[in-house]
Design a protein around this ligand. Structure first.
Ligand SMILES: [Zn+2]
Length: 103
């Protein structure tokens, strides 16, 4: 793989670019991030958890937004079902989340 910052070549396992020090990965995983349903942290189908993981935000925020949309006009529910159908299941045992803020 190549560093997105300086273009230098790095090893596939590298978390930081050896040439410029840019952090290349945030989740410790080898795979690139995909939009997929998070089976490990799901409430219904894992859509919210997967979306939160993809966007690197708190899953609670996604659920609040979704519920607001559902209550407001029903589009949220339709969107959820569409995402449920469209998003593949995560093949990871437990999807990586953003690291908790440093104490
Ligand atoms: Zn670099």
């Amino acid at each position: 793989m190549f560093c997105t910052n300086c273009g230098g070549e790095t090893t596939a396992m590298a978390s930081f670019c050896s040439q410029c020090g840019k952090q290349l990965r945030f989740d410790g995983g080898v795979r690139t991030k995909r939009l997929e349903r998070d089976m490990a942290n799901k409430k219904i189908a894992g859509v919210c958890a997967g979306l939160a993981n993809y966007l690197n935000v708190d899953v609670t925020l996604i659920r609040i937004i979704l519920l607001t949309m559902v209550i407001a006009g029903g589009f949220g529910l339709l969107g959820y079902v569409i995402a449920w159908i469209a998003m593949p299941k995560s093949t990871l045992g437990s999807a990586p989340y953003a690291l908790p803020p440093a104490a």
